[in-house]
Ligand binder design. Structure first.
Ligand code: CUA
Length: 153
């Protein structure tokens, strides 16, 4: 092999290893891995497992709300929710059947909601309005019908 080829191959491998070391260090040593997967849940027992036995919008603080939500083919429970503008809203979500998506148009909320996992996303809606919520993971014959709204006022 040509000497220059060896040098460039070595450099490429070195860069790959360096990046993996940096990402690994950030994820495991600094705890910067994906934050949304909090804990696991038995997907067969969602209706019996707190807090999902009582889905809904709850006021949990001065200006803080929690939305406990289940996703299932082909809808969101609760649907058509309302939250005040400027409040910190935490969505706690799980799926009762297959993988669904939770995307809120016009925001950076975009989560994959998987059976057996609890997803948590916190967001503050500063602008009042009606936000479209879409499932963006193909989940079956009614996937394109799976949507709802969040009204912020
Ligand atoms: Cu639920 Cu697509």
């Amino acid at each position: 092999m040509h000497r220059l080829e060896e040098i460039w191959l070595g450099l490429s491998a070195g860069i790959l290893i360096l990046f993996m070391v940096i990402v690994g260090y950030q994820t495991f040593a600094l705890g910067m891995g994906p934050p949304s997967n909090k804990e696991n849940i038995d997907p067969e027992q969602v209706d019996q497992t707190a807090p999902f036995d009582n889905p809904g919008v709850k006021k949990v603080g001065e200006n803080e709300y929690e939305v406990v939500m289940t996703l299932q083919a082909f809808g969101f429970t609760p649907s058509d929710i309302e939250v005040p503008a400027g409040a910190e809203v935490t969505f706690t979500m799980t799926s009762k059947d297959v993988v669904h998506g939770f995307q809120v148009a016009g925001t950076n909320i975009n989560a994959m909601v998987m059976p057996g996992h609890i997803q948590e996303i916190t967001h503050t809606f500063d602008e009042p309005g009606e936000y479209l919520v879409l499932c963006n993971e193909y989940c079956g014959a009614g996937h394109q019908l799976m949507s709802t709204t969040i009204t912020v006022k």
